[in-house]
Ligand binder design. Structure first.
Ligand code: HEC
Length: 142
């Protein structure tokens, strides 16, 4: 039991240290200021989205629609906070950011619908559309 716990802990540690998110966090510079609770909430929101998206894509690749759907639903819930984001980059285009957030939500909901219907190819198409929204928004605002 103890051994299993230790190896699970070690695995988690390695997973965190090896993840690209961790590397970015170290490079990420907020001008030497301490992170405010709002900044932390923003980071946590995007990390939840990233984590659930990794799970969803993995489940989808195995045609496990139910697991994929549960993760995408968590992304919709976490994504609601994106409307409150204080942008560090291109903050003057906040309206465009809100539009992209709305598009993101719509694409996630289409994906959920196809996962509920169990139509694998549709779901793959909607997942690709979600990936495009991640990239589009990051290009402008991350
Ligand atoms: C509508 C805009 C938008 C969409 C869509 C979006 N992101 Fe982000 N993302 C951001 C912004 C803005 C940041 C920078 C947040 C900050 O610095 O506070 C960010 C940061 C991140 C980060 C870095 C987290 C950290 O430590 O700060 C990851 C990882 C990430 N996004 C993953 C994703 C994934 C995966 C998707 C799609 C499934 C996605 N994002 C969709 C806007 C978006």
């Amino acid at each position: 039991m103890m051994k299993r716990l230790i190896s699970a802990g070690l695995f988690l540690l390695l997973a965190v240290a090896g993840s690209p998110v961790f590397g970015q966090e170290k490079k990420h510079d907020h001008g030497g200021h301490h992170m405010t609770p709002e900044m932390k909430k923003q980071h946590d929101t995007m990390r939840t989205i990233q984590m659930e998206w990794t799970k969803a894509e993995k489940a989808l690749s195995k045609q496990d629609m139910k697991t994929a759907r549960m993760s995408v639903e968590k992304m919709v819930v976490a994504g609601a906070y994106m409307l409150q984001f204080q942008l560090h980059k291109n903050s003057e285009n906040h309206e465009q950011f809100i539009e992209l957030t709305e598009e993101f939500r719509q694409r996630l909901n289409k994906l959920i619908t196809s996962l509920k219907a169990g139509t694998f190819e549709d779901a793959q198409g909607h997942a690709a559309a979600v990936n495009k929204t991640c990239d589009n928004c990051h290009l402008a605002f991350r």
